[in-house]
Write a protein that binds this ligand. Structure first.
Ligand code: GRG
Length: 284
């Protein structure tokens, strides 16, 4: 990639990130006269501790690739971030990963308390679908498609299902098909949903949607392996890709999933430099 090319992609992503942040602030504003201010403040605390906004960026980059409307894409992009943020809040709870810090700041149950963290996660999960249903720029048909993709990806065979397996097999020996199911559910489904939702907003063909899903799932699987590889030096007894495969094989598998993702992307009859750039950045 030339330096000029990289600068253009970086600039686009920077602009998208600031649009997403502005839109998140607008969506999470609350009327002055409510009694539940603490709930909204807790949601804002988690939403605005500095995350990478990868899922909203994937959605907007997909819409951009297919000349879809960024104005239409912003609310769905924020709704994905609501779901992602809820999952991180619940994942940090003592009954799950029991983490005191998230994104370099005290996790929500440490900053507030456990009940507030459970309820704030519930609120963000529910609010994602409320905000999507209320979006003034989307047709009823698009809303239904977006809600279907997002709810499936977050549900019992998606993120929640992946998390259930992750906990069930935390201290059990894994095999490759179980690990695949955990990674696909916990991480790849929501990554893919972000991309597929960008496809819905741009009214892509069924064939393009299939390539986008292949791209999304393989990118998500590579991203989860990348996360495990980066954490490989942390001392943990937890079963992970590293305990199953060892570091070298995990690095090989990450490269294989990345290649599959990029090859699906190249099958689409449109150049997608921004998505390719973002995928490379996620795995660097
Ligand atoms: C509690 C239902 C429920 C699900 C939790 C997302 C998740 C499932 C657990 C988080 C732990 C984890 C390591 C998940 C793998 C996916 C992943 C690498 C998440 C972190 O995503 P980033 O890097 O985070 O996009 P930021 O902080 O940048 O938003």
């Amino acid at each position: 990639m030339t330096a000029q090319y990289v600068a253009k992609e970086e600039e686009l992503l920077k602009n998208f990130t600031s649009e997403v942040d502005k839109h998140l602030h607008q969506l999470i504003k609350y009327p002055e006269d409510i009694f539940q201010k603490k709930l909204w403040e807790a949601a804002k605390y988690s939403l605005f501790t500095p995350g990478k906004r990868l899922r909203p960026l994937l959605l907007l980059a997909t819409a951009y690739t297919f000349s879809g409307s960024i104005k239409k894409a912003l609310t769905p992009a924020c709704c994905i971030e609501f779901i992602h943020t809820y999952s991180l809040i619940h994942d940090d709870l003592p009954c799950m990963d029991d983490d005191d810090f998230r994104r370099g700041m005290p996790s929500l149950h440490k900053k507030f308390n456990e009940a507030t963290a459970v309820l704030t996660g519930d609120f963000l999960l529910t609010y994602a679908f409320e905000a999507l249903s209320d979006s003034p720029f989307l047709s009823s048909e698009s809303k239904l498609d977006l809600i279907r993709i997002l709810s499936k990806a977050s549900g019992g065979l998606g993120m929640i299902g992946g998390q259930v397996l992750d906990i069930e097999y935390e201290n059990e020996p894994l095999n490759s098909s179980l690990l695949y199911a955990i990674h696909k559910g916990k991480t790849a489904e929501l990554i893919s949903a972000s991309i597929e939702m960008g496809g819905v907003i741009s009214s892509v063909t069924t064939q393009t949607m299939n390539y986008l899903r292949e791209f999304g799932i393989n990118l998500g699987l590579a991203f989860q392996l990348h996360d495990d590889i980066l954490d490989a030096n942390e001392s943990t007894d937890k079963s992970t890709a590293i305990s199953l495969y060892g570091l070298d094989r995990a690095i090989e598998l990450r490269a294989q999933f990345k290649d599959k993702a990029l090859s699906s992307l190249s099958n689409i009859d449109k150049p997608a430099p921004l998505l390719e750039f973002l995928a490379e950045k996620m795995l660097r």
